[in-house]
Design a protein. Structure first.
Length: 95
């Protein structure tokens, strides 16, 4: 599923950009009252913002983990560009 954000680093980044840490550092945040570092489960349990928060968390995970994937000279964004440039015919790079 979309909600696979976990680990100290990813939760910390989510807090830094969107949570309580963002508010404390910059005075603005989408979720200023949520400290994801002390309560990572808030992603799924925060009643007033749960649906929006889950979508945003999923998009965050996508940009942090999938779009930035690079290993042994293979990068997701280069493969995606090649896929589009070649008419979106061979999607084998996705699996």
């Amino acid at each position: 599923g979309v909600l696979s954000t976990r680990g100290t680093c990813n939760i910390g980044k989510l807090n830094y950009y969107l949570g309580k840490s963002a508010y404390e550092r910059r005075g603005e945040s989408r979720f200023p009252g949520i400290d994801f570092c002390s309560d990572p489960a808030a992603i799924c349990t925060e009643a007033l913002t749960s649906e929006e928060l889950r979508w945003i968390t999923g998009m965050f995970e996508w940009t942090e983990r999938i779009q930035s994937y690079s290993r042994d000279g293979w990068t997701y964004l280069n493969q995606l560009k090649d896929f589009v440039d070649d008419g979106m015919k061979d999607d084998s790079f996705i699996s």
